[in-house]
Design a protein around this ligand. Structure first.
Ligand SMILES: [Zn+2]
Length: 101
């Protein structure tokens, strides 16, 4: 999955969040700790990865339609998902380094 083409402010939020990512089920479920300074209302967010029609689809609990601001947020890839994408890429890169060592 390609990183969404978003502005650098979004990318900066994702980079801050990478350290808050915890993989719960490998390749399927991650928990991202909420940060008040980034506008989070919840203490933690759940990011799920599913395969739909052969394509990766990421969903985040901040996109829950019962929550305020969800309609605005769901149009864009949230920075919780962005953080997970970066986390996975970093993990892949670390894996490549390990096999070559
Ligand atoms: Zn989110």
């Amino acid at each position: 999955m390609q990183m969404p083409p978003r502005g650098s402010a979004w990318l900066r939020r994702c980079m801050i969040r990478v350290g808050d990512v915890r993989e719960v089920i490998e390749g399927e479920l991650w928990i991202v700790e909420g940060r008040r300074e980034l506008g989070d209302q919840d203490r933690r967010y759940f990011v799920f990865r599913r395969i739909v029609g052969g394509r990766e689809v990421f969903t985040c609990s901040c996109q829950d339609p019962t929550k305020r601001f969800s309609s605005r947020r769901s149009r864009l890839t949230c920075s919780h998902i962005g953080a997970v994408l970066i986390y996975r890429r970093m993990k892949e890169n670390a894996g490549l380094r390990n096999t070559s060592a």
